[in-house]
Design a protein around this ligand. Structure first.
Ligand code: ZN
Length: 240
């Protein structure tokens, strides 16, 4: 049986790794492959860092792309039909993995190379700028170039290694502070995702103690880089 996904590659690009996800008809399940799959027989749905305008990607500096980039050109892939921001795709994916028939409302926080954030409201992505919320101080953000931006404190390279309990508490407190600045509905679920959140599940518990919202870890399967593939699947499904 053909699903709406059989002729698609769902591609997630990141600063540290990329993943291609295709529907495997024989196992009737997703197949997760590391790297960039270039299959001229398939269309591509792309999730990547940066600001998306149409199918152009701006400011994806951690991919090594120019300020304004055409992903088809950068990747050497012709049929890129869907382009979306990685945090937006992951937010949508977290909602889709919780209830594909009626997407629950949620805030998504992804702690990776940078801090990604987005909200899902009424079944659609809404901008929620926690990642670049102004929390004060001198730290300079490589993404938005502002001083005192949350991302400047919590992007991967700004954090000490290894991450100890004190650092986890700092991350939780900084996120809680950012949520006040970014504005947030206390009733809405917060999903904490990304490499650091996966590695340190207690981070979600620490954050839950500091904010009125419920906090859950990502529902992305272990093989997935993030829930972005599920968000892309949702967008493909909507298009078909
Ligand atoms: Zn910033």
């Amino acid at each position: 049986m053909n699903t709406p996904f059989h002729n698609w590659v769902l591609l997630e690009l990141g600063g540290s790794s990329s993943q291609s996800v295709v529907w495997d008809a024989s196992s009737n399940d997703w197949s997760f492959q590391s790297g960039i799959l270039r299959d001229p027989e398939r269309k591509t749905a792309l999730a990547c860092p940066g600001l998306i305008r149409g199918k152009q990607v701006w400011y994806a500096s951690n991919l090594g792309w120019p300020e304004q980039a055409d992903p088809s050109h950068e990747l050497g892939i012709e049929q890129i039909e869907i382009v979306t921001n990685d945090a937006s795709a992951a937010a949508l994916g977290e909602a889709y993995l919780r209830n594909p028939n009626q997407l629950p409302e949620l805030y998504f926080i992804g702690l990776g190379s940078g801090v990604g954030s987005a909200a899902v409201v009424n079944g659609a992505i809404v901008e929620w700028n926690l990642g670049h919320a102004q929390i004060g101080g001198d730290a300079s953000c490589a993404g938005c170039r502002a001083h005192g931006c949350l991302n400047a404190y919590l992007e991967a390279r700004a954090l000490p290694k290894p991450i100890d309990g004190q650092t986890l508490q700092f991350i939780a407190e900084t996120l809680a502070q950012g949520m006040v600045v970014a504005g947030s509905d206390p009733e809405r679920l917060v999903v904490l995702a990304g490499g650091i959140s996966r590695q340190y599940p207690e981070l979600a518990e620490r954050l839950a103690k500091l904010i009125p919202n419920s906090v859950e870890a990502s529902k992305a399967p272990a093989a997935a880089k993030s829930a972005a593939y599920a968000g892309l699947a949702y967008l493909v499904h909507q298009q078909s």
